[in-house]
Design a protein. Structure first.
Length: 311
């Protein structure tokens, strides 16, 4: 919630369990009828800012905003100098008078929170160092499509748990009533306060969160197995060290044999075959990564539509 009373989506638990379920239902509806909702008819503009490398985020927001009747107004963050040439607060005040909503893929969570506090319009977190909530809406939509329901399912996140995807799976999974296990090497786990936060959500939703060092135990009986790159943006200088540290956490066919027989495999992409996941798994019959990538568009259309309805 911004200081002006406008709803924004900055972290996964900005949505209550009921609100998350409503957004996912809307996403499923919009996937079946892509032009049924036109909250941006006019067209209204949505300011889209990408400070980090992007493929799926940019194309899915651009396509989705167009389907909602709007215009994706691309703001070059380098030229704007957000937080350098001009303060985040001043940029927010300018953009809020030009756009119906703001989408920002950036670094610090504090910056996007400041943008939401001063813009007066909904702000959507398209990725920060701490969270990746739009990806999780797409992931949950994908799981729901393949499994029929979310509550009670077990998810194993294997690899670099100390990243935005690890954090977001804890919070969004718990909000959905899922049981989330994160398996990572020593020093690469999510911070304990994040696990505690997820378990606090789970006490109301029926979900849970735990850390399990052994990837085999984490994957045992899991309905969903998730991984992500071991070398996140900004960590490239640590690549060689990380490859050694994470060597036992590759999602292989042998590891998947411990999951439920009908388990699905997810990866938010880009994927590095032979590192965090083997090619035979990523490109195999249990993989749903292309559904997952497509569902970014439908999930993001839903959260934009839902946020605009709250104002």
């Amino acid at each position: 919630m911004t200081s002006t009373g406008t709803r924004s989506f900055l972290a996964d638990d900005d949505l209550t369990p009921a609100e998350q379920a409503a957004v996912l239902d809307l996403a499923a509806e919009l996937k079946q009828a892509p032009y049924a909702a036109k909250p941006l008819a006019g067209p209204l503009s949505v300011a889209t800012i990408y400070d980090k490398p992007t493929l799926r985020t940019q194309v899915s927001f651009a396509a989705g905003i167009a389907e909602l009747g709007g215009h994706a107004m691309l703001v070059d963050g380098t030229l704007a100098g957000i937080g350098k040439r001009e303060s985040v607060a001043d940029v927010a005040r300018v953009l809020g008078r030009q756009a119906a909503a703001i989408v920002w893929r950036t670094y610090g969570q504090d910056a996007i929170e400041e943008m939401a506090a001063y813009s007066g319009v909904p702000v959507v977190n398209a990725l920060t160092d701490e969270y990746h909530p739009c990806q999780l809406l797409a992931d949950l939509l994908t799981v729901k499509e393949h499994k029929g329901a979310l509550a009670g399912l077990t998810v194993a996140f294997v690899g670099d748990g100390a990243c935005n995807m690890g954090n977001s799976w804890l919070l969004a999974g718990a909000t959905a009533g899922m049981h989330v296990r994160v398996s990572a090497p020593d020093g690469q786990e999510p911070e304990q306060p994040m696990v505690d936060r997820a378990n606090a959500i789970g006490r109301a939703s029926g979900g849970s969160a735990l850390l399990e060092r052994d990837p085999v135990k984490a994957v045992d009986g899991a309905d969903v197995v998730v991984t992500d790159t071991w070398v996140s943006m900004g960590k490239e200088s640590e690549a060689d060290q990380r490859l050694l540290k994470f060597a036992d956490y590759t999602v292989t066919a042998a590891l998947m044999a411990h999951a439920a027989p009908d388990a699905i495999v997810m990866h938010c992409l880009p994927a590095y075959r032979g590192k965090e996941i083997d090619a035979e798994v990523l490109d195999g019959p249990q993989s749903v990564v292309w559904d997952e990538a497509e569902n970014r568009r439908h999930a993001q259309k839903a959260i934009i539509t839902w946020l605009l309805e709250q104002t």
